[in-house]
Design a protein around this ligand. Sequence first.
Ligand SMILES: *[C@@H]1O[C@H](CO)[C@@H](O)[C@H](O)[C@H]1NC(C)=O
Ligand SMILES: *[C@@H]1O[C@H](CO)[C@@H](O)[C@H](O)[C@H]1NC(C)=O
Length: 321
Amino acid sequence: MPVADIIPMVTIIDRKWLNFGLFCSLLLTTSGLAADPKLECQACKDFVESFWQGHGNTAKSNFGGGNTDWEETRLGSYATSETRLVEILEHACSSGSAKDQCHQFAEKHEDQIENWYFHRQKSDPDFEGWLCVKNAKVCCPKNTFGKLCDHCPIGDSDFPCSGRGECDGNGTTSGTGKCRCQKGYTGLTCDSCGNGFEEVERDSVLLLCEDVNECELDPHTCNDREYCFNTQGAYTCNKCHVACKGCTGAGTARCKACAEGYVLSNGTCTDEDLVEEEDDADGGTEPAGESVIPDLSSPIPGTSSDTDPSIALPDHAHFEL
Ligand SMILES: *[C@@H]1O[C@H](CO)[C@@H](O)[C@H](O)[C@H]1NC(C)=O
Ligand SMILES: *[C@@H]1O[C@H](CO)[C@@H](O)[C@H](O)[C@H]1NC(C)=O
């Protein structure tokens, strides 16, 4: 193929890729929310909540001067004025953890928000239902789920999933409608105990499942440098402190024995060297190991001060500086 034929092809491919790139970045900026319907529903709810907050905050406001009679005739009531809407929107989405999503939502659905504010407020006072469910269509009514807002199939709405779970996707345009059981429960209607839980009580409505303490059942599942730690529905093997040679729990006070280089001092495994230093520093009141403690209660008259451990104090104090 002659070089002249190749070059135009390359530019065509380039342009295609360029367009594709533009398309992708457009997709990313305009519909970053669309990826997760649950987030979009939440963003709508957040927006409506902050809208009502702003609505409350501006309840006592007027057009500004307090000379509202003249203005209300000329501009209409402040209560349903554009001035108030602007004020509310200015402060909307200012709290909550997902401010960006809330702002993006408000921008994307600006027309609908204005439509409700100017024309539907009276006839449809339920702003959230009107906006999130009926018009922006990012949420479903409660007890329904999925793209078509199907009814949650399991249990009646007062007692879904036996009262021990919730319909997956409840109130959003996503989900499976199956029960998502609370911790400790499982099954189609959350009517049995989950892994790591055992049944302690059951009658026609009540089912009580409690965590099994795996560590009490079989503490030997961890190796000898670890201890067993019970968690809800499971257990973990955690490493013993380096000062320990085997242990029953965290820290230096739960050692089965002290590791090499550590000695038991006041109930904890402590670095040998530190123990010796401490003994010297605090005047040897703390007996450790086989070190010989001078009997201070009956000083032998005339003995030289080199047996008096308090002499060591200035030296060590100096070292510690
Ligand atoms: C759906 O959520 C609402 C609260 O928003 C709750 O009252 C209802 O019981 C839930 N329904 C199901 C089927 O999980
Ligand atoms: C010994 O341990 C106890 C409790 O941990 C503590 O209150 C006490 O001060 C310790 N004594 C010494 C001399 O370190």
